[in-house]
Design a protein. Structure first.
Length: 258
C-alpha cells in the first residue's frame, strides 16, 4: 500500500513539474549579434545617436532583451534585422527613462509590407492604416506597416514616427483605458493640468494655429500619441514652439531628449 502511495505521489510531482515549470528563455543575443544591432542603431536610429556611450550600451542590451521576449512575425515579407531593431527601438524609446519596464499587454508584433485596411488586407482597395494596437480577438497584438515603420526612422520623417505612435498607445492602454491619460506614468497632481493642456492645444489645432499634426485633434488618445512622436523625433523644435507641452512630456516619460 505504501509503495502504491509513494508511486502516486511521485507521478503527481512529475505532472506538476511539467505543467508549472517556466519555459527557458532564449539566451540573449551573442556579442556578434549585439554588435550587428549596434551598427544598425548607429546608422538608423537618431534617438540612439543622441545618447551618451554608457546609455547607448544600455539601449543595445534592452533591444536584445526586447527581441528575446517579444515574438515578431512578418506577413507577406521576409523579416530583416533592421525591421526587428526598428520595432524594438519604437518600443524602448518611450520607456527608456524607466529603469525596468516591460509591456505586459503585448504578446507579438505583426509586420505587414505596407498600409492596410480594417479587414487587415495590405493589397488593393483603400488602405489607410499604418499601425494599430489590437483589441478583442486581436488583444495583445500590434500590427505595423514596414513602409511606415522605416519611413518613421528616415531622414524625411519630420515629426512623425508610426512605431513610437503605436507603442505610446500601448502605454496609454495599460491603465485600462486608451484616453491620453497614462495614469501609471503621470503623477496624480499633473493629471488635471495635462488634460487642460491637451484641450488647449487641440483648440489651437482646430483653429489652424499649431504646427502639430492635425490628426492630434481627433481625441485625447491620438493627441498623446502624436505629440509623443514630435517629442522624440524633433525635441528641440517642440521645446522651442511648445515649451509647456515639452515640459509635461518630460515629466511623463522622465526624459529630456531636447
Amino acid at each position: 500500500m505504501m509503495l502504491y502511495l509513494l508511486v502516486a505521489v511521485l507521478v503527481l510531482l512529475l505532472i506538476g513539474y511539467f505543467i508549472f515549470k517556466k519555459p527557458a528563455l532564449k539566451p540573449l543575443a551573442n556579442p556578434q549579434q549585439q554588435a550587428a544591432y549596434q551598427q544598425l542603431l548607429a546608422r538608423h536610429i537618431t534617438f540612439y545617436q543622441r545618447l551618451q556611450p554608457e546609455q547607448q550600451q544600455r539601449f543595445v542590451l534592452k533591444v536584445a532583451a526586447f527581441l528575446q521576449e517579444t515574438r515578431i512575425e512578418g506577413v507577406g515579407l521576409e523579416l530583416e534585422d533592421l525591421d526587428r531593431v526598428m520595432i524594438a527601438s519604437s518600443a524602448l524609446i518611450p520607456i527608456f527613462g524607466f529603469e525596468d519596464w516591460h509591456y505586459p499587454n503585448l504578446t507579438n508584433v505583426i509586420l505587414y509590407p505596407d498600409t492596410f485596411n480594417n479587414d487587415f488586407k495590405f493589397e488593393g482597395g483603400k488602405r489607410e492604416i499604418a499601425g494599430m494596437v489590437g483589441g478583442g480577438f486581436m488583444n495583445g497584438q500590434m500590427i505595423l506597416s514596414r513602409a511606415a515603420l522605416r519611413k518613421g526612422f528616415s531622414a524625411s520623417a519630420g515629426k512623425e514616427n508610426t512605431g513610437i505612435h503605436e507603442f505610446v498607445h500601448l502605454l496609454d492602454q495599460e491603465d485600462g483605458a486608451t484616453d491620453g491619460l497614462p495614469e501609471h506614468l503621470l503623477p496624480h497632481e499633473y493629471a488635471e493640468p495635462w488634460l487642460r493642456l491637451i484641450h488647449q492645444e487641440i483648440r489651437k489645432i482646430e483653429a489652424g494655429k499649431s504646427d502639430i499634426n492635425p490628426y492630434a485633434g481627433t481625441n485625447e488618445a491620438e493627441f498623446f500619441a502624436v505629440v509623443s512622436e514630435y517629442f522624440f523625433e524633433k525635441p528641440d523644435k517642440l521645446k522651442e514652439k511648445h515649451p509647456e507641452l515639452y515640459d509635461m512630456l518630460s515629466q511623463i516619460f522622465r526624459q529630456q531628449p531636447g
